[in-house]
Design a protein around this ligand. Sequence first.
Ligand code: CUA
Length: 158
Amino acid sequence: MHIHKFEKIWLIFGVATLLVFLSVIGVSAFYLGNQPPSCLATINPEKVDTTAPFDKPGLNKVEGKEWDYELVYVASAFNYTPGEIEVPLGAKVKVLATTKDVVHGFNVAGTNINMMLEPGYISEYVTTFDKVGEYLIVCNEYCGAGHHLMSSMIKVVE
Ligand code: CUA
């Protein structure tokens, strides 16, 4: 009956390993997901232009925070403000975005940034731009006739 006992131990070991493996996958899937960090804060969609930080769209240096800059976007049919921005290489940036009208997407090509902008909510994403290049922002939520025209550009420069 010794063999039986060993089989049991190995079976338990196997199941435990599987559980660890599955939870690792689950956790990474969660962190790679599009939604979790978004849509926590609210905003009056009719007062976007006068509500900080959306009264100053663009790249704003900040002090005393975990990030160096805030990159602020206002989306509306069918554009993003700012339409183009330069970001210094290596900058740790918090992207904040909201919409003044309907639901828009905010997908930065070649990065993990893929947010949905909903009226009344602020979508946020903290990231470090550590590669020089041009990053196209596109709207990936259908928002009307000009949907396919909606874009913006982040230029990461040294
Ligand atoms: Cu905005 Cu599609």
